[in-house]
Design a protein around this ligand. Structure first.
Ligand SMILES: O=C(O)c1ccccc1NCC(=O)[C@H](O)[C@H](O)COP(=O)(O)O
Length: 391
């Protein structure tokens, strides 16, 4: 059911996903929209705009409208494919942004189609707008030039294997994490380079750098600065990847690995992105949270590194027994047969937690909160493992 949430005067420059001008299509017309031709709906949207009954943000350029319509058509199709694979996250608001302008008034019309169902969906919708804007500033053709000047990618997987062999403990991916949607700000005095150096000295095999600004207070500048400061640990670009363009961008900013989230990406996207990663020399860490995602990812060829997130990204619930549950029986057997390295992610605080996920079968762990909050993050690593694991 549609709800009129607020009314404001005057106009506001909307900074979030609502800033993307899109024509709004009433939910009742959506199925017709899917059935009808592109041009028919461009015309329809323009008519609505002229009547002032829907989006006032419609472009007067038919070609621009057609492009927006096509984008939405593709988005709807993507959502249908995703849903058929059990993916609940929709790529973008189904019915366009909730903001509408009529005269000097701003209306927020909220309905099921334009309200994110959970935090992960909200992050993805924001990311969609953010990436579209970044892509306009730096199209792939320009990125390819930067790519030619990028430092070579380092062996992320090799570093994890080596650490596991050296210490007999899971190789550590230590996360440079200033804040998170579930915990707020984790560390006020935040110097990303200093933290990454402390992790390296403390024995981390790899470093994960959150690059999302809005929800994690991270940035690509942090990633670049850590790489340029000479930190030798391979770097994971911890981002919400929804578009292959982001892989190229991450590589130009110094990433050696990227995260692909199965709760967000359909199988075909994961397959295609893994191919691009291989071409760019990037390692793909493919993250799952439940049995459905695990089985989907196991069905993909070329998977070398799989993360099991103990945090449900839709509800924030953390339960480290998730790693054990997913690695039991046949699933664990297949992982061992295919020599896939599994990373236990989130909610690890004590040597007992590390022993528990190692026993379950992981050869690596991804840890943020418990170590980044320590005044000396390097010391945080020895506390976490119950011993000094530095070289
Ligand atoms: O950390 C969050 O609150 C969060 C919310 C929504 C999407 C992703 C989120 N975190 C990403 C991660 O999975 C963690 O940063 C990573 O695994 C480290 O977790 P932790 O050791 O618990 O900080």
């Amino acid at each position: 059911m549609e709800r009129l949430v607020c009314l404001k005067v005057p106009f506001q420059a909307a900074p979030s996903y609502s800033s993307r001008p899109r024509s709004w299509i009433p939910p009742t017309q959506l199925s017709a929209y899917k059935r009808n031709s592109l041009s028919a709906f461009s015309v329809r949207a323009q008519m609505e705009s002229e009547e002032g009954s829907a989006a006032a943000a419609t472009s007067s350029e038919p070609a621009v409208d057609a492009l927006k319509m096509k984008e939405r058509e593709v988005g709807t199709f993507q959502d249908e494919v995703a849903a058929s694979q059990g993916i609940r996250i929709r790529r973008r608001p189904l019915t366009g942004p909730p903001l509408h302008y009529v005269g000097p008034f701003e209306f927020r019309l909220q309905n099921e189609g334009n309200t994110p169902r959970n935090i992960l969906e909200e992050i993805v919708w924001n990311k969609d707008v953010e990436v579209a804007q970044l892509k306009e500033r730096k199209p792939l053709i320009k990125l390819k030039t930067d790519l030619a000047n990028a430092r070579p990618a380092r062996d992320f997987l090799g570093a994890l294997r080596a650490a596991n062999e050296r210490t007999g403990l899971p190789g550590l991916i230590a996360e440079v994490k200033k804040a998170s949607p579930s915990r707020g700000v984790l560390r006020e005095d935040f110097d990303p380079v200093e933290i990454a150096r402390a992790y390296e000295e403390g024995g981390a095999a790899c470093v994960s750098v959150l690059t999302d600004q809005k929800y994690f207070k991270g940035s690509f500048e942090n990633l670049e600065a850590i790489r340029n400061a000479g930190v030798k640990c391979p770097l994971l670009c911890k981002e919400f990847i929804i578009d292959a363009w982001q892989l190229f961008y991450a590589r130009t900013k110094g990433a050696d690995a990227v995260l692909l989230i199965a709760a967000v990406l359909p199988d075909l996207d994961i397959k295609y992105m893994i191919k691009i990663c291989k071409m760019l020399g990037l390692t793909a860490l493919v993250e799952v949270h439940d049995e459905i995602e695990f089985d989907r990812v196991l069905g993909i060829e070329g998977i070398e590194l799989m993360g099991i997130n103990n945090r449900n990204l839709e509800t924030f619930e953390v339960d480290i027994s998730n790693t054990k549950k997913l690695l039991e029986g046949e699933r664990g057997k297949k992982i061992r047969e295919r020599d896939i390295i599994v990373v236990g992610e989130s909610g690890l605080f004590t040597p007992d937690d590390i022993a528990y996920v190692q026993e379950a079968g992981v050869k690596a762990v991804l840890v943020g909160e418990s170590i980044v909050k320590q005044s000396d993050p390097g010391k945080g690593i020895s506390n976490l493992f119950g011993k000094d694991i530095s070289l």
